[in-house]
Design a protein around this ligand. Structure first.
Ligand code: GUN
Length: 362
């Protein structure tokens, strides 16, 4: 847990070294994305200053009473709900027309609390969307062979249209071997190297796109924010978010830079960006001064920081200092309630796509 507000984080803060960053990012990505603590506040639209005269104010006073720029809030929670409703309708139509219900298998190895919470949320969301879920929980000391056998069985099971192995895996397991074993027709996480490879290539189509980056792009689309020809900066280069987010932005014709733990002066890059996607797991790292006026900010970070006023003793904040950024940006995702809810919505969407594709259902 980090004790940090925007003010305690230096404007020249450096990104964490990758080893640390990876742990932090995973911890936060796996964290309780759907909790909505009471601190979550949305920006005011206007700064209210008392004005004592009805006459036109002087230019100086006019500057003082000018509305304080306030970014549009990109409400991932409500977009995710809308998407879940759309999926629900499609699932019912599919069931009524061809008698097939999409099915998602989720495998959890070990007893990490954050992973268990995440898997529970996925299961609950499946139920709400009318998707069948199959859950396997394996003990921490399971062998790779045992896990591979479950994956193989799900690969062969026609009632399963999507397979997700919750990450991170225990350290004795080889993540690469496991992800390679999921057949790409059921790789709803989009983590199979063939899918990532296709995502990186022009003229190739992955069977699935990773859920969190897909959710980021979906938010931009649904808010009518154009990507083509824009300068985009992705902060963080993880396999789960940063790298595929950069590939997706590039596929949408943005000019993309990735800044990471070895980037000198990352703020020099972010200040040029029309769109910033931050997925680094550093609370409040991106300050208002890092942002070009009018930029769009997608904050993937979900970072617990100490907060004695909260009943839990902490609250969740993003990678971006919301208070400062919302005065500079034109649109911004809040944390929580921004990208987090979109990840599961995209997982359900991928599962539905898979089931439709397998049964040739339009
Ligand atoms: N761990 C953190 N995010 C993810 C995700 O999107 N999929 C899986 N399988 N594991 C994760």
């Amino acid at each position: 847990m980090v004790c940090s507000g925007c003010s305690s984080s230096s404007a020249t803060a450096r990104l964490l070294p990758m080893s640390h960053q990876h742990v932090v990012l995973r911890r936060f990505l796996l964290g309780p994305l759907y909790w909505r603590p009471p601190f979550c506040s949305f920006p005011r639209t206007f700064k209210t200053l008392a004005v004592h005269s009805s006459a036109s104010p002087s230019p100086v006073l006019a500057a003082l009473i000018a509305p304080e720029a306030s970014a549009k809030v990109i409400d991932g929670k409500s977009v995710a709900k809308q998407i879940r409703d759309e999926i629900n309708t499609e699932v019912s139509r599919m069931k009524d027309t061809i008698g097939v219900v999409p099915g998602l298998a989720v495998i959890l190895v070990g007893d990490r609390k954050d992973s268990a919470t995440y898997v529970r949320n996925k299961k609950k969301s499946c139920e709400l969307a009318g998707i069948n879920s199959y859950e396997v929980r394996l003990p921490e000391d399971s062998t790779e062979q045992e896990l591979l056998k479950f994956i193989s069985d799900f690969n062969d099971d026609p009632s399963v249209h999507g397979i997700l192995v919750q990450l991170p895996l225990p350290s004795h397991m080889n993540e690469q071997n496991i992800l390679n074993a999921v057949c790409i027709e059921k790789d709803v996480d989009g983590f199979h190297p063939l899918n990532i490879g296709r995502l990186a290539m022009r003229g190739r189509e992955p069977t699935f796109v990773p859920c969190t980056p897909k959710g980021c792009i979906e938010l931009l689309h649904r808010y009518g924010i154009s990507i083509k020809g824009k300068r985009a900066v992705v902060i963080g280069r993880s396999n789960i978010v940063g790298m595929p987010a950069a590939l997706l932005l590039q596929r949408e014709d943005a000019t993309v830079s990735i800044v990471h733990s070895r980037t000198k002066n990352p703020e020099e890059f972010t200040r040029q960006a029309d769109i910033i996607i931050s997925a680094v797991g550093q609370p409040n790292m991106v300050r208002g001064s890092w942002i070009k006026p009018g930029a769009v900010i997608i904050d993937v970070g979900i970072n617990p920081v100490e907060d004695p006023k909260s009943p839990r003793g902490y609250r969740l904040v993003g990678d971006v200092c919301y208070e400062e950024a919302s005065k500079v940006a034109s649109a911004i995702t809040p944390v929580p309630g921004g990208v987090g809810p979109m990840t599961i919505a995209m997982l359900l969407s991928n599962t539905l796509i898979s089931a439709k594709r397998m049964h040739n259902f339009q």
